[in-house]
Design a protein around this ligand. Structure first.
Ligand code: PLP
Length: 438
């Protein structure tokens, strides 16, 4: 076969040939033709990328006011701590203690890196050897594959726990019996089950692990010397499951806590937490991810690999100032939640009318819905065709199911925070009327 990229390394060739995400080209196309009720009423709705544009104006105003009212400190221009400026780490730790984790977070147990993606990459680099396996309950965030594997050579194993969405209910997508089976199956293949990775609230399902579920999984992992990482990047993007309009969809809710609480009690080298300000704080472009772990050697090693991923000091400074303003943070969390919930309910109301199954979300920016009754062919190709068909005929770009690794075909993710509520209504109506006619 002709070498298309003779100037590149084997790794470079593979990177040049494979796009970072398969929906990127259509995303760029849709982004250049955005819907506007007056200027572009036939325009498109990119509902595929996990961004919270509902609350970004609140953050923009706050950061603008910080820049206008404060003088930039001198340290912004120089090198600083390998895992962040000490004062900013203190502010981040206090914020996590008070709002996300609700338990003590010593600042030496955290580190900052350029977004959750960088945290994921350096964590797998430091915790696992090439060829080791990260077990992730399916369906899950497609980019984990590259973030975990590209540089550290760690393999992703998608644990299938259900086929139909209705099977999930309020159960966790993974239980210890499944982990036992996976452990044995991987061992038989000579593979090392090194990390169990949970996302809570989950991308794309919106599932949340209860305190009891987390405790059981943490015990199992500590016994087997498997690292348990809980990614709480959507930890403050919560759906109000007790709201009158949706309450009936949720069974009895267990108690939820941050994984940090269990980490505090267990003080184990095998338990870790990831966070980022990208989603809850609508600032994916500012690139701030956080790792929290009580494993001192892990934190030290992360610092020594973090130099290419440091968060710019200017961003750190703005973030630190924003977090100091407790009134703003409290108002923001409440307002953001109200906005998320309005958009969430709009989407599920339409799905109900269309009689499309979905997982009632407990948090995140997504609804994970089953469009399989519209598949012409029940296959990966059939799924891709339906995804493109919906986009070409409605202008609404959903996140394709491929990469999430769910076994059933025809499931797509809807990012309900990607456009304002009024636009979301138009987008959902376009999908409903198109699929109904089809
Ligand atoms: C579960 C999960 N982890 C990590 C990321 C990446 O976050 P960041 O933009 O902070 O790198 C995302 C983004 O969609 C995500 O959904």
């Amino acid at each position: 076969m002709k070498d298309l990229y003779p100037s590149l390394s084997a790794r470079g060739k593979a990177l040049a040939a494979n796009p970072a995400r398969i929906d990127f080209d259509l995303f760029m196309e849709a982004s250049q033709n955005l819907y506007d009720p007056v200027d572009n009423p036939k325009g498109a709705f990119p509902l595929n990328v996990a961004e919270n544009t509902l609350s970004s104006p609140l953050i923009k105003d706050q950061l603008t006011s910080i820049i206008q009212k404060n003088e930039m400190p001198d340290w912004v221009l120089y090198y600083t701590g390998l895992l962040g400026h000490p004062d900013v780490k203190t502010e981040v730790a206090r914020f996590m203690e008070q709002y996300l984790c609700k338990c003590p977070i010593p600042s030496e147990t955290i580190g900052l890196s350029a977004g959750a993606s960088a945290i994921i990459e350096i964590s797998s680099f430091v915790l696992a050897n090439p060829g080791d396996v990260v077990v992730i309950p399916a369906p899950s965030y497609p980019m984990y594959t590259k973030d975990l594997g590209l540089k550290s050579g760690v393999e992703r194993y998608d644990l299938q726990s259900h086929y139909e969405l209705q099977e999930i209910g309020s159960k966790a997508p993974v239980q210890t019996e499944l982990l036992d089976q996976t452990w044995t199956a991987l061992k038989a293949k000579g593979k090392c089950f090194k990390i169990l990775l949970l996302t809570s609230p989950d991308n794309p399902t919106g599932c949340r692990y209860t305190e009891q579920q987390l405790r059981e999984l943490a015990d199992w992992c500590m016994q087997h010397q498997v690292h348990l990482i809980v990614n709480e990047i959507y930890g403050l993007s919560l759906i109000d499951t007790q709201a009158e309009e949706v309450q009936a969809e949720y069974g009895e809710e267990g108690k939820y806590i941050s994984f940090a609480k269990i980490m505090e009690e267990a003080a184990s080298d095998y338990l870790h937490l990831w966070y980022a300000f990208s989603k809850d704080f609508a600032m994916s472009g500012l690139r701030v991810g956080v790792v929290h772990s009580r494993n001192e050697a892990f934190i030290t090693a992360l610092g020594n690999v973090n130099v290419p991923h440091l968060v710019s000091n200017y961003t750190q400074w703005m973030l630190g100032e924003m977090l100091k303003d407790k009134d703003f943070i409290e108002r923001y969390i409440i307002e953001n939640k109200a906005r998320l919930n309005r958009s969430y309910r709009l989407v599920v109301d339409v799905l109900k009318k269309m009689e499309l199954p979905y997982i009632p979300s407990r948090g995140s920016l997504f609804v994970w819905a089953d469009f399989s009754k519209y598949l012409k062919v029940d296959s990966a190709q059939g799924e891709e065709n339906l995804w493109v068909d919906i986009y070409k005929n409605t202008g609404v770009l959903l996140t394709p199911g491929v990469g999430f690794q769910h076994q059933k075909k025809g499931l797509f993710r809807i990012v309900f925070t990607a456009v304002p509520l009024a636009y979301l209504e138009v987008a959902m109506e376009r999908i409903r009327s198109y699929l109904l006619e089809r």
